[in-house]
Write a protein that binds this ligand. Sequence first.
Ligand code: PAF
Length: 282
Amino acid sequence: MQIIRGMKGLRQAVAALGDEGSIALVPTMGALHDGHLALVGEALRRADKVIATIFVNPLQFNDKGDLDRYPRTEEEDAARLEAAGCDLLWIPSAEDFYPDGFGTTVHVGGLTERWEGEHRPGHFDGVTTVVAKLFTGVLPDIAIFGEKDFQQLAIIRRMTADLGMPIEIVGVPTVRAEDGLALSSRNALLSDDERRRARGLHDALASAKRAIEAGGDVAPALDETRAKLEISGFGKVDYVALVDAETLEPVENATGEMRLIAAVFLGKVRLIDNMRVVSDTV
Ligand code: PAF
């Protein structure tokens, strides 16, 4: 696996992967876990060549402490990507991406307003700006993202469609630990006690999903989820909501394809998760 740092040599390296075959891009912020490797696996199934990127994007951290705490494990990450079958690893730097005078923001309206957008001001502008830059750098045929960041995935789909980028966006289901906790780079920041409690998020969402799919009312199911999270030792709940899977607008009466989404704090660590909910009731 070739590693390119910065912009120098990127175009040649991408071209050397072959003009004929298709290229899949797997953008990451490093601190890789099995969820990221599932993205690489999907990329290998769908394209001839796979390019991964590692860039802890300062623009998408609305909290400086969160950026400073973000785990960085570049050497292990590169070894895991190589072992997984990745062809090229691109590691841009903040100086390359955001030189003095950088003044462009890619903003997606609508979908960014609620949920993560409301609680992390500026976050999604940082995500869409960097993803647009990663897309421009690599010009992939396909780009792969995890469903764990469900709102991010919807926003990236919107941006790609709105800007007419000829890139297929593929979402990959969340990979979970044995106890149900969604894999996330931030899990490494949990203390042992917090890690034991963290499964409560999955368990609370799973029981709300069961209740709603069995025909139960939405509002009491969400109230119960919040109560369960409190009992399991979670702190502030930023949101727990049932939303339409496409528009991400709240759903009061369950119908069609939906997502149960949540963001909660366990100590200082903010965890997000989501689950698919389907109802036949019209
Ligand atoms: O999901 C992530 O890890 C990041 O938001 C992404 C898509 C790599 C952009 O920095």
